[in-house]
Design a protein. Structure first.
Lengths: 318, 440
């Protein structure tokens, strides 16, 4: 039998390494927030080609309304004509300077004079005042905290029969591991936090715990069948037995999310890309944490308990 | 026994065929109209449109009351009517002091200008009571404004819809301030038997005829002797409109998400392609790995996708891009239950159980783990629904529906098909279940 549990220190080391990279990334990059969470204005204006001067555009905006805009080029998939892309000019205005409707109209009128913007050019606007951003941010935190608490309660109820609390606690440790790894993905790849961050987080919170439940379920079943077996062997055996199903359930879900991710990258669909990339990371982390974090931790804990009990018994005998 | 299985399989496939037909045709064989995938309401992020939050900006910074917000909502509705935007969704949130406006982009609207629309609906309502010339009417027979103003909206202290205790008909009671009382007394003395028309901005609202000289500043607009639902709604609408003229605030869009239809269409196209590819890849994986049961799981998975789309359509849920991603995700997760069951069946087969017993045990022993897995996902879907905003609510819906339906497809449907098939002698080879020769 392969001794998966024997290499537990390597697994812990890998996770610690990822966390260190994450913390360094956090210090270097900081957390980026979408305007949805901090306020600001983003305008996307359809351009005939990508041959325009972004610095000139920024100057025009400053002259028109006296506010500083960061101007970038972007492009996206054109459903009507696949051989051509839709070219966009993206204006980004910081949170304390959110534009009003009038200012936005002025900006477009001023840009029209200088650039070749079609009469019926499509314009997308996303504008959020900072106080609304704060409200959304608080809601997001509430959603993550409340669902985590509910999941913990559920796990605790389900595992009362199986040294409940410790199993539940380690399932939650694995969960926090996954959330943290996902968060690191956001920081390292500089994905701004918005409500798709919340949805991705909650999805993983709900999903990743399942894997852990499946393995613990198997440990529970095996511990009834072979209570003479040492705990290390029992956990190792249970993990090996559940390995295929843990990996296969994640593979099917991963196929779904990865396909979405690949398509969104190929066709440059930002909203889907930002939603699925962290999901991919979270799913992989979910399998990993179940097999290599939650299971060995549980094993170590039980071994420690057994030793303690043995130690407590000895003096009584002597 | 065999005949029974044949019937079960027939029913399962008939069910799948009917659901698939409904999904793509939007009817039951052309006889009865049943909404299908084409009737799903696309979200603003797909079809383009405006999603905005209008905040009441008062001079003293106080929050508007529910009544004031209702009145403001009525104005917005009227203004949108005027420019022909009939497809929209308006709701008030009194705690936050805001009105949420959602306007999907209508195909054929060449002048897509969200900022002009928002500026138009957000400006302070100018409500006036005007004298009119009875011979000056527009093509609809409504009076044209004359600018001979009797009352301004700000003169109206309150306007409420009420039922006349005697006639039982609906009426709107107006209470005027001191200035209004005087002006109204003067005008009603002069205009008995003639209409005074109410305009919002330049839009004609109503033209009650002056019945008597009103000196006490309490005016009653009678809407006939009806108290039907229609009349009640009409009275409330009129009262809201009149009240809107005295609103002490203007509305400013402090949260705007205006998406051009061009961008959303591309995103939808790509997501649907990804959906189909993901579905085929998952089926391929299941069939290669689990063989016969994998094929059956793929049929169940197809049913899951069809049923989820149907339910989204039947429940009138707006489908956004994250909502569609939720369906793709639930297809990926929906097959998990089958993986758990099939792994269990393989194990039982290796342990030397007969096929029949292994399949039976596989379903029974895997059940608890499947329930656990799905309950946690349902918990987060509900939380997302409560705390989510905009496009994410659609994700919460599709995830929830997908998980609930997967219970039915991955367990009931898969089991029915698998049980029926295992009775056939040709379907009993262990190879078909991915197990190399049954050990004893």
């Amino acid at each position: 039998m392969i001794d998966l549990m024997g290499k537990k220190n390597y697994y812990f080391a890998l996770s610690i390494l990822i966390f260190i990279i994450g913390i360094v990334g956090l210090i270097v990059n900081g957390v980026e927030m979408d305007i949805q969470f901090q306020g600001g204005t983003i305008m996307q204006i359809e351009m005939p080609d990508d041959n325009f001067d972004t610095e000139l555009a920024a100057d025009i905006v400053r002259n028109a309304i006296g506010k500083i805009a960061t101007v970038n080029k972007s492009s996206t998939f054109n459903a009507e004509n696949e051989s051509e892309k839709i070219h966009l000019m993206v204006l980004n205005i910081a949170s304390d300077d959110t534009l009003t409707e009038d200012e936005r109209t002025q900006v477009i009128d001023a840009l029209r004079k200088e650039f070749n913007i079609a009469e019926d050019a499509s314009v997308s606007v996303n504008s959020v005042e900072p106080f609304i951003g704060k409200e959304f941010r608080i809601n997001a935190i509430k959603a993550i905290v409340i669902s985590s608490i509910l999941i913990v309660i559920y796990v605790w109820l389900r595992f009362r029969s199986m040294h409940g609390l410790s199993a539940g606690v380690f399932a939650v440790v694995a969960l926090i591991h996954d959330i943290f790894v996902m968060f690191i993905a956001y920081v390292i790849f500089r994905i701004p936090l918005n409500d798709s961050f919340v949805a991705a987080m909650l999805t993983i919170i709900g999903y990743s715990i399942n894997d852990t439940i499946v393995i613990y379920d198997r440990i529970r079943e095996n511990s009834k069948l072979m209570h003479k077996t040492p705990i290390r062997e029992l956990v190792n055996k249970s993990v090996l037995q559940s390995l295929t199903r843990s990996i296969n359930t994640s593979i099917t879900t991963l196929i779904a999310v990865l396909t979405l991710f690949v398509f969104s990258v190929v066709y440059n669909i930002q909203s889907i890309r930002e939603f699925t990339m962290p999901l991919v990371v979270g799913l992989i982390s979910g399998v990993y944490s179940t097999l290599f974090i939650a299971s060995p931790l549980y094993m170590l804990w039980q071994e420690r308990n057994i030793k303690k009990r043995a130690a407590a018994r000895k003096p009584a005998k002597a | 026994m065999k005949g029974n299985n044949g019937l079960k399989i027939f029913l399962v496939f008939a069910f799948i065929a009917v659901m698939t037909y409904i999904c793509f045709a939007g009817s039951l064989f052309g006889i009865v109209k049943i909404p299908g995938v084409n009737d799903i309401v696309p979200g603003i992020d797909i079809n383009g449109g405006i999603d905005a939050m209008l905040y009441a900006v008062t001079e003293d910074g106080s929050k508007p009351t529910q009544e004031q917000l209702d009145a403001a909502k009525t104005i917005i509705g009227k203004r949108l009517d005027k420019v022909g935007i009939l497809d929209r969704n308006l709701s008030t949130d009194v705690n936050a002091g805001r009105i949420v406006v959602q306007i999907p982009w209508a195909p054929g609207e060449t002048d897509y200008n969200p900022d002009k629309t928002l500026a138009m609906i957000g400006k302070t309502a100018l409500l006036t009571f005007q004298e009119v010339d009875t011979d000056k009417v527009d093509e609809n027979g409504n009076y044209l404004p004359t600018d001979r103003i009797v009352l301004k909206g700000t003169n109206v202290v309150n306007a409420v819809a009420a039922q006349n205790p005697q006639t039982k008909g609906m009426e709107v009671l107006l209470e005027l301030d001191a200035e209004g009382r005087q002006a109204f007394s003067e005008a009603t003395a002069r205009l008995i038997g003639q209409p005074i028309a109410i305009f919002m901005d330049d839009q004609f609202i109503s033209a009650p005829v002056v019945q008597a000289h009103i000196t006490d500043g309490i005016a009653v607009i009678t809407l006939g002797n009806r108290n039907t639902e229609e009349a009640i709604a009409e009275a409330k609408d009129l009262a809201d409109t009149i009240r809107s003229g005295s609103l002490p605030f203007k509305l400013e869009a402090k949260h705007v998400n205006a998406i051009s239809p061009l961008l959303g269409k591309g995103a939808l196209d790509v997501t649907i392609r990804a959906f189909i590819v993901a579905f085929l890849l998952i089926c391929l994986f299941m069939i290669v790995y689990y063989r016969l049961p994998g094929l059956i799981a793929s049929i169940s998975l197809f049913t899951l996708a069809i049923l989820t789309l149907n339910f989204v359509s039947w429940m009138g849920i707006t489908l956004t891009l994250p909502g569609l991603a939720g369906i793709v995700l639930s297809v990926g997760m929906g097959v998990d239950a089958n993986v758990i069951i099939f792994e269990r069946i393989k194990e039982e087969l290796r342990a030397g159980k007969t096929l029949k017993a292994a399949v039976d045990l596989g379903f029974r022993r895997a059940f608890a783990a499947i329930v656990d897995g799905n309950v946690t996902t349902l918990i987060v879907a509900v939380i997302l629904y409560i705390f989510g905003t905009g496009a994410m609510i659609s994700f919460a819906y599709t995830l929830f529906i997908g998980v609930v339906i997967s219970f039915f497809t991955a367990i009931t449907l898969t089991r029915t098909m698998l049980f029926a098939v295992t009775d056939l002698s040709i379907a009993r080879k262990p190879w078909l279940y991915g197990v190399k020769g049954v050990q004893s």
